[in-house]
Design a protein around this ligand. Structure first.
Ligand code: GLU
Length: 505
């Protein structure tokens, strides 16, 4: 019988989430949705030295913002396998229990080496031109561990409480084979694998041991994570094997790296930043990541859509998907092995597609506080109409104001290129007369303005729409001219024409 699908996102609370992490969470979530399974948030906080205050809440908030909500786990309600924080799970004694089992089976051992002794070993190996010095089947023979020391000595050290770690005893020169849903069969020689620390001297498990124990205890069916974990997978396979759990272990899926737009490197830290709000990190390392995709004005639906296509494809050319649609479509068969390029320009395009789906009323709701933050006020109808006109050009609501500042404040300068090209000896007289014609309009609306402008040319000679735009807005392009003039209102347009005619000679 197939196991019930239970997947987990298992971040370490060491700082802000990055795009890759959120994508991992998303793919887990979608896979669970597709199979009617569970999606769990587990906090892997066993590395006390890298713990960052606030990071856990930040992870919860980021997932909530994206709408990718776990149905079990820290911050989202306990399920049957609580607690979901590894620091709390340690109190259950489970990690030690599994480590003891490995030791008893002869697959793990105590190592008493000090930091100095480990450094000296690395220096020795480097001097002997060993490319990647590591604690392994060969080097462990010259170190202070329960494989080299006498039984009595080991017992004495343990009784004394001498600082020690527990290491995995990786065999020499053995082929380790495992299957990855995305990559197929992977074969690694154990010579490449070091004797990983399983329990640290403070009694905390390392990631390698802890995630295995928890995946087993929490009945996880699939471990879905970033490619950076692929190199440690062979060690994990050995641990499962030595625990007699190879048949119970989750299926593995290592997601492709996220690359920069050229595809010639990993995406930069800056570009992958993902804060959902500025946090007062106690950790100065994260100060640079205050600005994230939420702050940049992305809609969560748009950004989730972008993330879904980083490594996965629907098998056709469709690009716009809701979270629900993705949850019906997602399969690992359509996830690529090769790195996924992140294109920031395309990401903006996605946001634009979602922006265009919003009603003008919704856009006005979002824009009003921005306008107010500039100390400006307009009535609701004006703001709604402004949003209708300006949205075509924008990717984000936060661009509206810059794109249409002249709707709110009169111009102080006039597009120099247009003026140089189109403002000539007759212009002043011609547009002064047009001003007079406009002053006579009683029904100040788009159609009347348009018709009046056209008709005026019989008497005034050929008029230029772009020039009229520059005189009234200062800029060379924008939404439909007569819509804009209608919105600005008669008094304002006449005043702006006066100011321009005054300024331009
Ligand atoms: N704690 C690991 C991380 O921070 C989890 C890796 C895994 O999913 O197994 O990425």
């Amino acid at each position: 019988m197939e196991k019930r699908v239970r997947v987990r996102f298992a971040p370490s609370p060491t700082g802000g989430l990055h795009m890759g992490g959120v994508r991992t969470a998303l793919f887990n979530y979608l896979f669970a949705k597709k199979h009617g399974g569970d999606f769990i948030l587990r906090i892997e906080d066993t590395d006390q030295t890298r713990f960052v205050d606030g990071a856990e809440q930040y992870i919860i908030d980021a997932l909530t913002w994206c709408g990718i909500k776990p149905n079990e786990g820290v911050g989202f309600g306990d399920g049957p396998y609580a607690p979901y924080r590894q620091s709390e799970r340690k109190e259950l004694g489970i990690y030690k229990k599994y480590a003891d089992q490995l030791i008893a089976g002869g697959h793990a051992y105590y190592a008493f080496d000090t930091e100095e002794e480990l450094n000296a070993m690395r220096e020795r190996l480097t001097a002997a031109k060993v490319v990647a010095p590591q604690y392994n089947a060969v080097t462990r023979q010259n170190m202070r561990n329960s494989l080299t020391l006498s039984e009595d000595e080991v017992k004495r050290l343990l009784d004394e409480g001498a600082p020690h770690v527990v290491r995995l005893k990786v065999p020499r020169n053995e082929e380790i084979r495992f299957h990855d849903i995305i990559r197929g069969w992977v074969v690694v020689n154990s010579t490449q694998v070091d004797d990983k620390v399983l329990l640290k001297s403070d009694g905390m498990p390392t990631y390698h041991l802890a995630h295995i124990v928890d995946d087993i205890e929490m009945k996880i069916s699939h471990a879905v994570r970033g490619e950076e974990w692929l190199p440690s997978a062979p060690a994990h396979i050995l641990i499962y094997r030595y625990l007699g759990l190879e048949n119970d272990m989750p299926k593995l899926a290592h997601l492709p790296l996220i690359l920069n737009p050229d595809g010639n490197g990993k995406i930069s830290k800056r570009e992958s930043r993902f804060p959902v709000f500025p946090l007062s990190w106690s950790d100065p390392r994260d100060k640079s990541s205050y600005l994230g995709y939420k702050e940049a004005g992305y809609y969560p639906e748009a950004f989730v859509n972008v993330l879904a296509l980083l490594g996965w494809n629907p098998g056709n050319n469709e690009e716009i998907f809701t979270l629900e649609q993705l949850g019906n479509l997602f399969e690992f068969e359509r996830v690529n092995k090769s790195g996924a390029k992140f294109d920031p320009e395309k990401a903006k395009w996605f946001n634009q597609q979602y922006l265009r789906k919003k009603t003008d009323e919704e856009l006005a709701d979002a824009f009003t506080p921005i306008l107010e933050s500039k100390g400006l006020k307009k009535d609701r109808a004006f703001i709604v109409e402004f949003c209708r006109l300006i949205k075509e050009k924008a990717h984000f609501v936060n661009e509206f104001y810059d794109l249409g500042t002249y709707f709110f404040v009169a111009p102080t300068g006039y597009d120099e290129k247009v003026i140089a090209k189109k403002w000539n000896a007759q212009s002043k007289e011609q547009y002064t007369k047009l001003r007079t014609v406009f002053a006579g309009i009683s029904a100040w609306d788009t159609h009347t303005l348009h018709d009046t402008f056209n008709a005026a040319q019989t008497d005034l000679g050929k008029l230029d729409m772009q020039l009229l735009r520059v005189l009234t807005s200062g800029v060379a392009g924008g939404p439909q001219l007569f819509d804009m003039l209608a919105m600005l209102g008669k008094d304002e347009v006449l005043a702006r024409l006066d100011a321009a005619l005054n300024k331009l000679s």
